[in-house]
Write a protein that binds this ligand. Sequence first.
Ligand SMILES: [Zn+2]
Length: 136
Amino acid sequence: MAVSQQLTRLVRQRARGRCEYCCLPEAYSSIGFEIDHIVAEQHGGRSIPGNLAWACFADNHHKGPNLAGIDPRTGRRAWLFHPRRHKWERHFRWKGAVLVGRTPIGRATIAVLQINAPHRIAQRAALIAEGVFHRD
Ligand SMILES: [Zn+2]
């Protein structure tokens, strides 16, 4: 089901124009951003503010309907990051332009969403150098 314009605006403003997974600023992205159903509609996730996030195309595309992934450190299953229920700082930290998972949730999310794909690290590094990618 399509998300209304009004709801899209709310989700976008709440995220302050940044991807809620990888922090990419929308203004400096060439690929566009999308509404992410955190729990996919396929799994009964609804189009309500508590189940929606603002995500870059790459993250939304790689996430698809996944709810969980594998923590590459332990090989065990872990839930994906839930931007409405989890605190970003608890699960992720920056090491330069590379996103590091602090928890199984963080590491599984980075793996499934391919947040550290080489071209994405290169893009972040360029934006950091320009002073327009904020890692706070
Ligand atoms: Zn992203």
